[in-house]
Design a protein around this ligand. Structure first.
Ligand SMILES: *[C@@H]1O[C@H](CO)[C@@H](O)[C@H](O)[C@H]1NC(C)=O
Length: 411
């Protein structure tokens, strides 16, 4: 029964957003995975290769529960690059590094499932992963079968050491006109081929090449739209501004992936962490924590635990916010995070004011917000908890901070 979930979700979509639904053409008919952006944790931003171990996985699983993150929807414990040995075994299978996985993978997955959480692994479309462990090229079906046998819930497919006009292929093939679609199509087919045994969320880590947002939904449930988030403010601006230009491609079953979070890594200021999370949430990006949960500062944890932002991110409509231009506001500039953002929610709309270009007193009349009718509405700001009602909204935002409002009909 293809696309059953889409038909039922479309019934909820206000007519103004039907044009948005029209670009969501090719969604997979998976009914249990990827209908909202994935939420969880990944090892990479924590300690790169060193964090690809059972110890980190189990410690994190316990912390997700203990810190209340699991109850908010953070469910995936994802292990990134470097979890295998440097060679496949005699049958060509990937081998978990025995120093990092003394029990192997399956018993860890079982323990994590018993805690009500999910488990993810990482691989690569080329001959090697980005850190030079075995890649999945020409082993796609075998690797998908191994994931199903291990009951793995999530697969991130990276883009290193793939075909390239340069021989031997370099780690990355940036700057060459290469069509990356075939290798994502092949891994997607492999993952679909084990679906009767195991539904696996497929994350295309394709770095936004070949306008992946226009075709990624044929193959997976999310696709990276840009080069990596390096954890600096310039990365947040580069990726966040890009997301605003391609918001229409996100929807239930397939989402723009802005990359893993750097919140609690001592890389950004408090305001920048708030904007980073707020923007990723309203852009409907997967929310994948990249911090060590045993040492994360409470101020960062409280950003990740913001219930209103999580609710906006997980809204069943799945529509991403995009910049809009009220009267007398500046021309949008490519590569900058525009001050005004809005997007539809199943119970109203989200409006956001960004201070990335400077602090300010921002105002908007609801009649200017796309998708909202003018007149009185009720609003709540996510970080301050401040509430109000009226036909317009005014709010002060500090440099690099963000204010995010849920706007609904008043009861
Ligand atoms: C908002 O716009 C409406 C319709 O244009 C107008 O009647 C109303 O006065 C405006 N509100 C404010 C506070 O400017």
């Amino acid at each position: 029964m293809p696309n059953m979930h889409r038909i039922s979700l479309l019934a909820l979509v206000p007519s103004a957003t039907l044009a948005h639904a029209a670009v969501l053409r090719n969604r997979l008919d998976d009914t249990n995975v990827g209908l909202t952006p994935s939420m969880g944790w990944s090892s990479w931003n924590v300690a790169q290769c060193d964090a690809a171990s059972e110890e980190y996985a189990m410690t994190t699983a316990n912390k997700l529960s203990e810190l209340g993150l699991k109850d908010l929807g953070y469910e995936y414990v994802n292990i990134d690059d470097c979890w295998t040995t440097k060679q496949r075994d005699g049958n060509g299978n990937l081998v978990p590094d025995p120093n990092k996985w003394p029990r192997g993978i399956r018993p860890v997955v079982d323990d994590i499932h018993a805690m009500g959480l999910k488990f993810g692994l990482y691989g690569c479309a080329g001959t090697l992963t980005c850190a030079s462990y075995p890649g999945s090229e020409d082993h796609e079906y075998q690797d998908a079968q191994l994931l199903a046998d291990w009951d793995v819930d999530f697969w991130k497919h990276d883009n290193c050491f793939t075909e390239c006009p340069v021989t031997p292929p370099p780690q990355t093939c940036w700057g060459y006109p290469v069509n990356t679609e075939p290798w994502y199509a092949k891994m997607a087919d492999a993952i679909q081929s084990v679906k009767a045994q195991k539904e696996i969320l497929f994350n295309l880590c394709q770095w936004g090449r070949n306008e992946v947002w226009t075709w990624g939904d044929k193959y997976g449930h999310s696709w990276r739209i840009e080069n990596d988030n390096w954890g600096d403010w310039a990365s947040v601006v580069r990726i966040g501004s890009k997301a605003g230009e391609i918001a229409q491609y996100s929807g239930p079953g397939g989402f723009n992936d802005l990359d893993m979070l750097f919140i609690g890594n001592n890389k950004l200021t408090h305001n920048q962490e708030r904007l980073h999370f707020g923007l990723w949430a309203i852009a409907k990006s997967p929310l994948i924590i990249g911090a060590d949960l045993t040492t994360i500062p409470t101020s960062s944890l409280d950003i990740l635990r913001n219930k209103d932002l999580v609710a906006i991110n997980q809204d069943p409509l799945g529509a991403a916010a995009t910049p809009f231009r009220p009267s007398n506001s500046p021309e949008p500039a490519s590569g900058e995070i525009y001050p005004y953002w809005a997007g539809p929610l199943s119970n109203g709309a989200v409006v956001a004011f960004s201070g990335a270009n400077g602090a300010g007193d921002f105002s908007v009349n609801f009649s200017e917000v796309p998708g909202l009718e003018g007149g009185e509405h009720c609003w709540k700001e996510a970080y301050s908890g401040q509430e109000g009602r009226g036909d317009s909204l005014s709010f002060s935002v500090e440099q690099d901070d963000i204010a995010v409002f849920t706007v609904t009909d008043c009861a």
